[in-house]
Design a protein around this ligand. Structure first.
Ligand code: ME8
Length: 646
């Protein structure tokens, strides 16, 4: 079996956010799942780099479009390894090969008469990059972008999309899995019940130069879907490369509902015009909202994937994204919901199962998987459940119901935790006559861990590898990496020697301060400044200069009553002041006297546990999340208290 899975190619007018990350994690998980099932799999993502919005973004930054797209495309490319996303191909629409293929396709479709030149008046939405019909407007505005579309009349090239309307309806009716989930298939069929208009596919160069030139008219560039959608072919070396012959017939696209129409209507009709077979499946998911509100730059609630990885770990984030969203429906992100999932599903259920089982294997079996000699009828409940879980998992993951696939695995995890309680290995260990039974129970637990390590592999590759290592198995041992070969019960070899590993998922504290993405912005920045900060995650030198960093000498330190974390420090910078620091768990007050540390001297004064604090002491956070240690900042030689740090 072969699989070709793609994400949309993302516009380079903004940095990657939670929505982009979700789609890409979905595609990566599916690719890993297909590989787990032994399929030859190709996974492609990339960036969409032509068009008005991008030319405008470059102009705002005062740089050439090419320089601009190189920079932002690089940000997308750099984001994906942080999320453990392993694509096979990253395509850019500014790639020379892509441009050549788009032009050759345009010429072919033009030569056969499916592209014509005509005047057009219409209501154009810049956000959607297409003309909207009156019917699509809500209160005269584009429902997606909340702006009134512009009335435009100009001569342009058109693709005869209407010609293929019936053929597309027939195809969708004959192939129920062509567009899923079903609600989106119904939406498309309902749209197709009205006459389809032809598709405007060009812009005069007088209005836009940042695009691919029409091969038959140098005064026009193509715009923009006829450029972007073709990436799915050019990434396979269309038309001559063998990759095209091999992977195109099994192409599956993943998108969100915002680009349903271009993918479910424009693209298949374009393929018909190009005389290329249609893709196999379109998988459409819903939208992530933030605390039930739309994610938007102006509200200031855009969630950045790198921040989530930093906060919750890569697997914590991947698990949450796939478990929380029912594929096809909208979902709401909040820091509390991710912490809840991490604590209950990962730390309590999976983490505890692993640590309890591993500890008992070490204690009662010298860390070696024992031979099961005394399987009892009650064990059949466990082995039957494992078989059912693997079968449900395979079916749901293959059908893009990732939340259900994970639910199935968690059924096994929760049952295994109960199995420990009902079988009481600690009691069996006290009775020599029960040695065989103890070995059987411990073997069964080790085998559960193996099956769990294998089934979570597509979603949480890092944790799966860690569990495999803990079980003394190589990351790529077929018994944890091949569902086609090793889905049955009882495959962990007797005699396998366990290895010690770190805690899988430390619990997280909910009361901690929320990450910045959730807080609304309250200061107004100029549009230009915001753009730069948004795109670079950088602050200007002027902004940095506003932070008054100084060397402070600690002259007194004491605990604050009723607080485990806070110390009251008296420092000289060179005048004396009080700073409250959250370092009580890491430093004894008496060890601090005489130390020179770096402080932010111009932080707004605040009261902590009733004690006024005028500044902040800087320290490094080191170690695993949840078990971090603070190490105070210092200067390498003694200097005068109050010296500036720059
Ligand atoms: O549309 N929730 O690019 P784009 C979930 N270049 N997913 C979201 C999301 C959200 N709130 N916001 C964005 C384009 N996405 C075109 C595509 S393809 C030939 C050309 C994800 O940068 C989701 O996958 O606007 C959505 O379809 C995509 O980003 C849109 O990305």
């Amino acid at each position: 079996m072969t699989t070709y899975i793609t994400t949309p190619i993302y516009y380079v007018n903004a940095q990657p956010h939670l929505g982009h990350a979700y789609t890409t994690i979905v595609a990566d998980t599916y690719a890993r799942f297909c590989r787990l099932c032994g399929e030859d799999t190709r996974f492609q993502t990339g960036t969409d780099e032509h068009g008005d919005k991008i030319a405008e973004a470059a102009a705002r930054e005062n740089i050439e479009p090419k320089e601009y797209v190189d920079k932002i495309s690089g940000m997308f490319r750099d984001s994906w390894p942080v999320l453990n996303i392993a694509y096979d191909n990253f395509i850019r629409t500014t790639d020379v090969e892509h441009i050549k293929v788009v032009q050759s396709i345009l010429q072919k479709v033009y030569d056969k008469g499916d592209i014509y030149f005509d005047a057009y008046s219409g209501l154009y939405c810049k956000g959607c990059e297409r003309f909207l019909t009156e019917k699509e407007l809500v209160d005269g505005k584009c429902p997606d972008h909340q702006v009134e579309p512009q009335a435009i009349t100009e001569k342009n090239y058109f693709f005869r999309m209407s010609k293929y309307q019936q053929q597309l309806i027939d195809h969708i009716n004959a192939n129920p899995e062509f567009i899923t989930p079903e609600r989106y298939r119904n939406e498309v069929l309902s749209f197709l019940s009205e006459p389809l208009e032809d598709l405007c596919i060009s812009r005069p160069k007088s209005r836009l130069t940042w695009g691919i030139e029409m091969p038959f008219d140098k005064d026009f560039v193509t715009y923009v879907w006829f450029d972007a959608l073709i990436n799915y072919l050019t990434g396979l070396g269309y038309p001559d490369d063998e990759k095209f012959a091999k992977y195109w017939p099994v192409a599956e696209h993943v998108i969100a509902k915002d680009i349903l129409k271009p993918h479910a209507i424009y693209w298949p009709t374009m393929l018909m015009g190009m005389e290329v077979p249609l893709y196999k499946k379109l998988h459409v998911h819903g939208y992530w909202n933030i605390n039930d509100a739309k994610m938007s730059k102006s509200v200031g609630n855009v969630v950045r994937p790198a921040e989530l990885v930093e906060e919750y770990g890569v697997d914590g984030f991947r698990y949450f994204a796939l478990r929380e969203m029912s594929f096809g429906l909208d979902a709401s992100f909040s820091h509390d919901s991710i912490i809840d999932r991490k604590n209950s599903d990962l730390a309590n259920d999976l983490g505890n199962l692993y640590s309890r089982s591993a500890a008992m294997l070490v204690k009662y079996c010298d860390g070696v998987v024992p031979e099961p000699v005394d399987q009892q009828p009650s064990d059949k409940e466990l082995t039957d459940l494992a078989a059912k879980v693997v079968s449900d998992y395979k079916q749901t993951m293959g059908a893009f119901e990732f939340h259900k696939g994970l639910q199935a695995v968690w059924e096994l995890i929760r049952f295994a935790n109960k199995y420990i309680v009902t079988n009481e290995p600690w009691a069996l260990a006290k009775d020599e006559a029960q040695a065989g039974r103890l070995n059987t129970v411990m073997f069964n637990l080790a085998e559960c861990l193996r099956l769990i390590a294998m089934t979570i592999r597509p979603v949480m590759p890092e944790t799966s590898a860690k569990m495999a290592a803990g079980l003394g198995l190589g990351e790529n041992d077929p018994i944890v990496s091949s569902l086609s070969e090793s889905a049955g019960w009882g495959m962990i070899p007797v005699g396998t020697k366990m290895q010690e590993i770190d805690v899988l998922f430390p619990r997280m504290d909910k009361k901690k301060e929320q990450a910045p993405a959730e807080k609304p912005k309250n200061q107004k920045k100029s549009a230009k400044k915001e753009q730069v900060a948004e795109q670079d995650d950088l602050i200007s030198f002027e902004m940095f200069q506003k932070i008054d960093l100084r060397v402070a000498e600690i002259i007194a330190a004491e605990k604050i009553a009723k607080s485990d974390k806070l110390l009251k420090l008296t420092v000289k910078i060179p005048e004396e002041r009080t700073i409250v620091a959250g370092i009580a768990e890491h430093y004894a007050p008496e060890d601090l006297i005489g130390r020179q540390v770096i402080v932010v001297a111009n932080l707004k004064p605040a009261k902590l546990m009733g004690v006024p604090s005028q500044g902040m002491v800087l320290a490094a956070k080191t170690g695993e999340k949840g078990a971090q240690t603070l190490v105070l900042s210092a200067v390498s030689e003694t200097v005068n208290p109050g010296d500036k740090v720059a």
